[in-house]
Ligand binder design. Structure first.
Ligand code: SIN
Length: 532
């Protein structure tokens, strides 16, 4: 194994943030109130899953709504695996965090001066705030970026990829990073906060941008941190299916505003699968679409928007309308062809309610973290909210426990990424993505998962040479995350939420526990009467 023999001198940062979605940007702004922040991001500041979020951000701000109702909806969708304490924090602290976003200048859509609220699947109330119709994430990102850029206490490094976490005596004190010019740099910090987002790129069909390669999960796992709930990946029911157009997200709010799913014969099929029909929980809708596609021998279903006028469609969904038109689809005149695609990681780096991981000095926030709020399935539009609420809690914790930057030598010199396969990165990445979509998709089974794990392990063998190409580092991260997902999916011999095994199709009360992987060790965290 090739290692870095001499580390470059570390640049100090009171707080070090990795990633620039809502969790990274917001947490950077809060921590900049306490001290110097360094923010590393592997692409441009604006390139993150957040920027592609359409539907919005959920918060109980309407007088007819309450955190208690939001709590009930979240818990119900999580199918017994949410941690009620975390959910309670999310729904009670959420409204204040959303007001803070308004203060940061996020231009949420208004009706008569108050935020316009829409509905999404499994929400019992209209509680989703949105901006520029269906470009909520982009508007949030823009507003936060405006504050972060030029902030006197925030130093930004774009195109900078973290290769490994530096630890000493089992404490994290910094990172080793690959700089845009190809040179290595180290950053020492009192608190390293991973806000690296999701991992949809583990699959061939995903709504996620190409940067969503699970980097934080892979980095934390390799450094010895615990990861949990890795079998729970959410498939969004409606991604555009119009090759060669990309699998562009068609927001659930389209169904919230009256769109319905029909099969190739024009039949409205969701009422026969669930009492909430088109607004049933996402895992239910995704599986129902799969069944309907199989039943009708089609590779897609359609979103019928005939309940909306052309003006309503253009006004409420300008981003979806323009994108579809760009690919030759006029959605004011024809239904949108869609099928499910990997969308969101419910599990991730295990944290407590202060964003602390199992490694002192290392925090995680946003999609890369498993705070316990999502359980086996995520309620729509709770994800942007989670990034804010738990980012604020990390700020609160560090305010009370101000970290010192200490000069350490690492326990062992950091490993360099290894190139292990003669194939090009691109075809190898594609290979893993297709394998994962085939065997670890909406429906799984033991033999398929076992075969996929063996294939992945075989791909990792062979002579290795050090490689400092960001594409290889991403590939290595994708492979690590893929293995962790399959490992967890094999262990969970039941079906629950987004994890559906055709060889164990029932939900088993004995499985009301989270699977935690720490290195080679597997542990289980039951949801007990105390925490559940
Ligand atoms: C959507 O707009 O459907 C996505 C919202 C989410 O994933 O929470």
């Amino acid at each position: 194994m090739a290692r870095v023999t001499e580390l470059p001198e570390a640049q100090p940062a009171q707080f070090l943030i990795v990633g620039s979605g809502i969790a990274g940007l917001y947490t950077a702004l809060k921590l900049a109130e306490l001290g110097q922040v360094v923010l590393l991001t592997k692409d441009r500041l604006e390139e993150s899953n957040t920027s592609y979020a359409q539907g919005g951000i959920a918060a109980a701000i309407d007088p007819s709504d309450s955190p208690e109702l939001h709590f009930e909806d979240t818990i119900k969708v999580g199918v017994g695996l949410c941690l009620p304490e975390s959910v309670s924090i999310l729904v009670h602290e959420g409204p204040s965090r959303v007001r803070e976003l308004i203060q940061y200048g996020v231009p949420f859509d208004l009706i008569e001066g108050a935020p316009a609220l829409t509905k999404e699947a499994a929400h019992s109330r209209r509680r989703i705030l949105h901006a520029d119709g269906d470009a909520t994430g982009r508007e949030i990102s823009r507003s936060l970026v405006r504050h972060v850029v030029g902030h006197p206490n925030i130093t930004i490094y774009e195109e900078t990829m973290v290769i490994s976490l530096l630890t000493h005596n089992a404490r994290c004190y910094g990172v080793l990073a690959l700089m845009p010019g190809g040179e290595l740099a180290t950053f020492a910090s009192g608190a390293v906060i991973l806000c690296t987002g999701g991992c949809g790129q583990v699959f061939s069909m995903t709504t996620n941008p190409s940067v969503a390669t699970g980097d934080g999960i892979a980095l934390a796992y390799r450094a010895g941190a615990s990861v949990s709930n890795m079998e729970f990946i959410q498939f969004h029911p409606t991604a555009l299916f119009h090759p060669p157009a990309p699998r562009f997200l068609i927001s659930e709010t389209v169904r919230g505003e009256g769109g319905i799913l029909v099969n190739k014969y024009g039949e409205h099929f969701m009422p026969k699968y669930h009492e909430l029909a088109d607004l049933a929980p996402r895992d239910v809708v995704a599986r129902s679409i799969l069944k309907e596609m199989e039943r009708t021998g089609s590779d897609r279903v359609y979103l019928d928007l005939s309940a909306l006028t052309a003006d309503q469609i253009r006004h409420r969904f300008p981003n979806i309308y323009d994108t579809c038109l760009h690919y030759g689809l006029d959605i004011t005149a024809e239904p949108i062809p869609v099928s499910p695609a990997a969308h969101y990681m419910m599990g991730g780096i295990l944290t407590d309610i202060w964003g602390r991981t199992s490694i002192p000095g290392l925090f995680a926030c946003g999609e890369t973290a498993d705070t316990g709020v999502h359980g086996a399935n995520r309620l729509a539009s709770n994800s942007l909210l989670e990034g804010l609420v738990f980012g604020h809690r990390i700020y609160h914790y560090l305010q009370k426990n101000f970290p010192e930057i200490e000069e350490f030598q690492p326990d062992s010199p950091p490993e360099l990424p290894q190139e292990t396969s003669p194939e090009t990165t691109c075809s190898d990445r594609r290979f893993i993505q297709e394998l994962m979509s085939a065997q670890m998709g909406i429906v799984r089974n033991g033999p398929g998962l076992t075969a996929a794990l063996e294939t992945l392990q075989a791909k990792g063998q062979g002579p290795a040479t050090p490689c400092l190409d960001p594409a290889y580092i991403e590939l290595q991260n994708i492979r690590t995350v893929a293995r962790l997902m399959i490992q967890s999916a094999l262990l969970r011999t039941e079906s629950r939420g987004s994890h559906y095994r055709e060889d164990y199709s029932r939900t088993d009360p004995a499985w009301r526990k989270r699977i935690v992987i720490t290195g080679k060790r597997i542990t289980y965290l039951p949801i007990t009467p105390e925490n559940g």
